[in-house]
Structures are given as structure tokens and as C-alpha cells.
Design a protein around this ligand. Structure first.
Ligand SMILES: Nc1ncnc2c1ncn2[C@@H]1O[C@H](COP(=O)(O)OP(=O)(O)OP(=O)(O)O)[C@@H](O)[C@H]1O
Ligand SMILES: [Mg+2]
Length: 199
């Protein structure tokens, strides 16, 4: 069982889009998948209520920071657990990180998303002094040909790994919110993103 989370306190970076897309891509590939919504905005759980059955994706909401303590039980029932998280730095951030084998931080290719990173990383590193947690990995999402070199340079100056794979901007991603399936090439993109060999 692999638990992968999408985390960033900056809003709108693609946490829910990539969480739902990953759950869909994994289920389309025949896996038993739980989409776990740790965000009180309810994006992933609402998607699950409406469309989860269409893709055989189970959905559960947990907006209290006890999510990590529920994982041992949930891990028994699923091959993959995909966690969507809120745009906050809170106890919930810690709970989500503690629950995860892989932590992915989506950023748009723009400086404000990058400038927000040290705050999040400080929390994860502090947690890492107390217990073993996954090393978070930054992923460029909504890539549309921007020059990534200065952004990569800033991220590596903070000693943060950047995922080798980049997710393009594509309108088929937001279409998953309306219950559309994920086209094959985009499913491949997200599967490369969450491949444990890459994280
Ligand atoms: N790769 C992509 N291509 C095209 N649109 C995208 C992509 N990723 C995200 N989006 C769009 O960007 C917007 C914000 O994405 P999303 O809601 O997933 O962000 P979020 O990080 O979950 O936001 P919040 O912090 O509010 O929870 C949505 O309209 C979404 O469909
Ligand atoms: Mg969201």
C-alpha cells in the first residue's frame, strides 16, 4: 500500500486536481484506491459523492488532524491512498505528512508559489526531527513553456528536491471535476508523478 499526498499552503496550486486525477488514473489502471479528503473545502469528497462510483474510487473525508492515526486500518483495505489537503499550515499539515509515504508539493511555475515553500518545508523538517517522514518533492504543475531554470535554482538553494517529471497545463485536468475520465496521456503523466521509484 502506498499513501501519497498533495500538500501546499498556497492556494490553487493543483492539489485537488492532481489528487483526483491520480485516484482516477490509478483506478483506471485497476488499483483499489481511496481518495482521502483532508480539506474542509470538500473538493475531493464532493467529487467522490458525485462521481467516485463511476471510477470505483472510494472517498472519505477527515478534516480533523487525526488522519495519520487512522492510516494503519485504512492501509489494510486499499492498494493506494491519495490524500488531498487544505491550503493551510496547520496541525492538519503535520497529520497529512505523517500519514504519507510520498509527499508531493505542486507549484505553478511562478515565483509566489515558490516563495511560500520555506514555511511548509520548515514544518516538515521539524517533524522529521521527531520521527521518520517522507522527503517532500516539489512538482511543477500547469507548465506552459515558462523558463523553469530560475525557479529550479531558487528551490535547490533551499535544498529541496524537484520531481523530474513536470505536469503540463491541459484543460482535460479540470474536466475531471465534471466526472470526465482522464485521457491516457494525462493518466501517464500523473502515474509518473506518483511512481514510488521517482519519489
Ligand atoms: N495541470 C493543469 N492544467 C490545467 N488546469 C489545472 C491544472 N492543474 C490545476 N488546474 C486548475 O487550476 C485550478 C486550481 O486547481 P486546484 O483546485 O486543484 O488547486 P488546489 O491547490 O486544490 O486549490 P486549494 O488550495 O484552493 O485547495 C483549478 O481550476 C484546476 O482545474
Ligand atoms: Mg483543493
Amino acid at each position: 500500500m502506498v499513501a501519497v499526498s498533495f500538500v501546499h499552503q498556497k492556494g490553487g496550486t493543483g492539489k485537488s486536481t492532481l489528487a483526483i486525477s491520480s485516484a482516477v488514473a490509478l483506478a483506471q489502471a485497476g488499483n483499489r484506491v481511496l481518495l482521502l479528503d483532508a480539506d474542509y473545502q470538500g473538493t475531493s469528497s464532493e467529487w467522490g459523492n458525485r462521481f467516485g462510483h463511476r471510477f470505483q474510487v472510494a472517498t472519505r473525508s477527515q478534516v480533523q488532524p487525526i488522519l495519520h492515526s487512522e492510516m494503519p486500518e485504512l492501509r489494510k483495505a486499499y492498494e493506494w491512498i491519495v490524500i488531498d489537503s487544505p491550503p493551510t499550515l496547520s496541525e492538519m499539515t503535520e497529520s497529512v505528512v505523517r500519514a504519507s509515504d510520498t509527499v508531493i508539493i505542486p507549484v505553478r511555475p511562478a515565483l509566489p508559489d515558490i516563495w511560500a515553500l520555506p514555511w511548509l518545508v520548515a514544518i516538515i523538517r521539524k517533524l522529521g526531527q521527531r520521527e521518520k517522514v517522507a522527503v517532500p518533492r516539489v512538482v511543477f504543475n500547469q507548465y506552459a513553456g515558462e523558463d523553469l531554470a530560475p525557479l529550479r535554482e531558487q528551490i535547490s538553494a533551499w535544498n529541496l528536491p524537484v520531481h523530474p517529471h513536470t505536469i503540463p497545463v491541459d484543460l482535460a485536468f479540470p474536466a475531471v471535476f465534471s466526472g470526465r475520465p482522464l485521457p491516457g496521456p494525462l493518466a501517464e503523466h500523473v502515474l509518473r508523478l506518483i511512481d514510488p521509484g521517482q519519489c
